[in-house]
Design a protein around this ligand. Structure first.
Ligand SMILES: N[C@@H](CCC(=O)N[C@@H](CS)C(=O)NCC(=O)O)C(=O)O
Length: 151
């Protein structure tokens, strides 16, 4: 059996969660390594890009959460086989990433700047991205963004 190890921080959600969920739902056994955030500085240098998640498969390492999720999705049947459906899926994941990045960028801002930037996001970018995602979902039938097999 293959040895899988997913390393991320010790909370649910975040960038490792799609891979964690696909591994669990797909029935693949894996080592779920969760580094406590306060201890991160001790571990950081062990990782090539000094960031997480990282996924180990039989001693080989893969970084980038979306690449990891796609790979696990392909192993477990949660990633579309049809090229168009796969592209739709990728586009949604990248759009969510674009949205999230704008929020994450505010995390370390000084309070006053953070408030102003977030107010601007709430007034402009977030409604644009969220309504775009909603439109994409509706265009695909309203249940799944891609690969909808519901009867
Ligand atoms: N594009 C990368 C981004 C990875 C990333 O930003 N990871 C953050 C946690 S979500 C991290 O490791 N932060 C710790 C640090 O930068 O010291 C991915 O999707 O995997």
């Amino acid at each position: 059996m293959r040895g899988f190890k997913l390393t991320y921080f010790d909370f649910d959600g975040g960038r490792a969660e799609p891979a964690r969920l696909a591994l669990k739902l797909g029935g693949l056994r894996f080592e779920d390594v969760r580094i406590p955030i306060p201890e991160w500085d001790q571990y950081k240098d062990q990782f090539r890009y000094r960031q997480l998640p990282e996924f180990e498969v039989d001693g080989r390492w893969l970084n980038q959460s979306n690449a990891i999720a796609r790979y696990v999705g392909q192993l477990t049947g949660y990633y579309p086989e049809d090229p168009w459906e796969a592209a739709l899926c990728d586009a949604i994941v990248d759009t969510v990433d674009d949205t999230m990045k704008r929020l994450v960028d505010t995390f370390t801002m000084p309070e006053e700047e953070k408030k102003a930037v977030r107010e601007e996001l709430v007034a402009t970018t977030l409604p644009l991205f969220l309504s775009g995602l909603n439109q994409s979902l509706l265009e695909e039938g309203g249940t799944y963004f891609a690969d909808d097999h519901t009867p």
